[in-house]
Design a protein around this ligand. Structure first.
Ligand code: ADP
Length: 541
């Protein structure tokens, strides 16, 4: 589920743009609310808890349209709060179902069929976000076990505030207005209560009003119902220079039954001064054992948050070229890698530049950016094509631009780092080399293509050398779509950078057709290795 929140500058007619070519997603639900004093905090700003409740109920209504029965929130992705919203403003909330995963919902759901290009992309990205959710806990464990030194030991600061001073515990009784007609407590209501205790804990660090900046993605571990007593506990886990992390945990009990863990969340707060600039915060002195562990974990989460913010939320054109790769930001770089290729794949304004021997070259020019794609059909099953193209070391068998290719790191089953060297194209020039992250993904269903996404990264172990000019790939790769059981459509994409342009510009200008010979050679290579044993996952090579 994706919830999008927009605000109007003032009260008045609400205009919401959501249609693409007159089409409206049948699961789309819109809610518009005027921010009244009863929705605001003492500063006249919409309380985040109220906003979370609205977002949650809109998302649930959208999920319900799809599932045909009432739904409750299972998990929420990261939420960032950019602006505060004043009393009198109108808030427009739009929710629609991007993708249904059978295992994450309690009913067997029919599949969502994406209709527009944008929907197709959101649909595919939902799978990537899900991967990230599932792997989040693993990244924290890795970071903590591999780099305690890097994260820094708890230091003793003289003027540190004892964490204990920020501890808050509060109880709420779940009444009918807090639950849906099937007596399940609204997730948004629980989030609102959690936000409330977290805000109190945050304000105790330096006795000042705190502003919520972000909530890490979290999931509900179990349901809660009318009659539950919800115990909400919060404490400041760590304070950084300008922000602090508050952890909140929600537990439920009824009568003498054992306590159930409902949810835990981590929220980042700032304290703003009169110019609305973040104030420098005092340090925190964690409590022994659990407090110290949470203090360290908060540092790991901060690193992940920064990586995510830097890598994911950047618009594609703003992503710096080579980003440093390391195991802790691997997930986000792969997400960025895959989503960039999917974005290119979803574009509809490609222009056919040239066609030769059934190999087509298309270009797309936009905002000072030139992309090209080469497309052809081959009579090889999609899976075999995918396996053969996934191993970049074999590309030199058909691509003249690949001189050498070695595996540097196999990060996991689906992500590999390579060093690729290409020959010099002009006499006297040096050859180029690239450090590439290759992310390969199998399709989730028949509408999804196989995908091999490539982008440059930097690695401290592989700095540029004297012998080569270091080249950079912004976004490139293959999609392979199964046309029939033995025919697949291969599309190769590349977002041209100055380093890549000389290889392709004469083709685009129609002066040569190197693309056609390369891709005919690719087709021959695939044909020759149609039944090859080595078309197996990299690990088994
Ligand atoms: P963890 O202890 O592994 O962080 P929990 O789910 O137990 O995970 O708790 C989540 C967060 O809730 C903690 O990081 C902490 O900030 C807060 N919290 C947990 N228990 C308490 C408590 N007894 N008092 C105050 N805050 C708590």
């Amino acid at each position: 589920m994706t919830s999008e929140v927009k605000t109007d500058p003032a009260q008045g007619p609400v205009s919401v743009q959501s249609c693409e070519e007159g089409y409206r997603n049948p699961t789309e639900v819109k809610m518009s609310q005027i921010v009244l004093p009863c929705h605001a905090n003492h500063r006249g700003e919409l309380s985040v808890g109220q906003l979370l409740k609205w977002m949650d109920s809109t998302a649930c209504l959208s999920a319900e349209r799809h599932a045909g029965c009432s739904c409750i929130t299972a998990s929420v992705d990261d939420i960032h709060f950019e602006h505060t919203i004043g009393v009198g403003k109108v808030v427009n909330i739009i929710a629609k179902v991007n993708r249904a995963f059978t295992s994450s919902m309690e009913v067997q759901l029919k599949q969502v069929i994406p209709h527009t290009q944008t929907e197709q992309m959101e649909y595919s990205l939902a799978a990537e976000r899900r991967r990230m959710r599932l792997i989040h806990a693993e990244i924290i464990t890795d970071l903590l076990s591999s780099s305690t030194a890097q994260l820094g030991e708890c230091q003793e600061y003289q003027d540190a505030v004892p964490a204990e001073r920020t501890r808050v515990e509060s109880v709420e009784l779940v009444l009918p207005p807090h639950a849906n007609h099937q007596v399940s407590t609204f997730g948004g209501q629980i989030m609102a209560w959690m936000e409330n205790v977290a805000t109190i804990a945050a304000s105790r660090l330096c006795n000042a009003h705190s502003t919520l900046r972000s909530i890490d993605m979290f999931h509900f571990r179990g349901p809660s119902h009318i009659g539950d007593r919800l115990v909400l506990k919060a404490i400041v886990n760590n304070a950084f220079k300008h922000s602090m992390e508050v952890g909140v945990c929600a537990e439920a009990y009824q009568g003498g039954e054992p306590t159930r863990h409902i949810n835990s969340a981590f929220m980042t707060f700032e304290v703003l001064d009169s110019d609305r600039k973040p104030r420098t915060l005092p340090r925190i002195r964690p409590e022994p054992v659990d407090g110290k562990r949470r203090y360290q974990e908060a540092i790991a989460r901060k690193k992940i948050r920064l990586d995510r913010k830097y890598i994911i939320s950047c618009k594609q054109t703003e992503v710096p070229l080579s980003v440093p790769w390391d195991i802790s930001n691997q997930m986000y770089l792969s997400y960025n890698n895959v989503s960039a290729l999917k974005l290119m794949d979803a574009r509809s304004n490609w222009v056919l530049a040239s066609e030769k021997h059934k190999v087509r070259l298309y270009t797309l020019e936009e905002n000072h950016m030139l992309c090209f794609k080469v497309e052809m059909n081959v009579s090889i099953p999609a899976e075999q094509t995918f396996h053969l193209l996934s191993d970049l070391r074999r590309r030199k068998e058909w691509d003249l631009h690949y001189d050498e290719c070695e595996v540097i790191i196999e990060a996991d089953d689906e992500d590999t780092l390579y060093r690729v060297a290409t020959p010099c194209i002009r006499k006297g020039d040096k050859g180029k080399d690239f450090i590439l992250l290759a992310s390969r993904r199998k399709p989730c269903d028949a509408r999804d293509p196989y995908l091999i996404a490539l982008r440059s990264v930097t690695l401290p172990t592989h700095p540029p050398t004297e012998d080569y000019t270091r080249g950079e790939v912004l976004c490139a790769g293959f999609t392979i779509l199964e046309e029939s059981s033995c025919v697949s459509k291969i599309t190769y994409y590349n977002q041209a950078t100055p380093g890549v342009l000389p290889y392709i510009s004469t083709d685009i200008a129609g002066l040569s057709s190197g693309f056609s010979s390369s891709f005919s050679a690719c087709s021959d290579f695939l044909e020759a290795n149609k039944d090859s044993e080595s078309a197996l996952p990299l690990q088994s090579l």
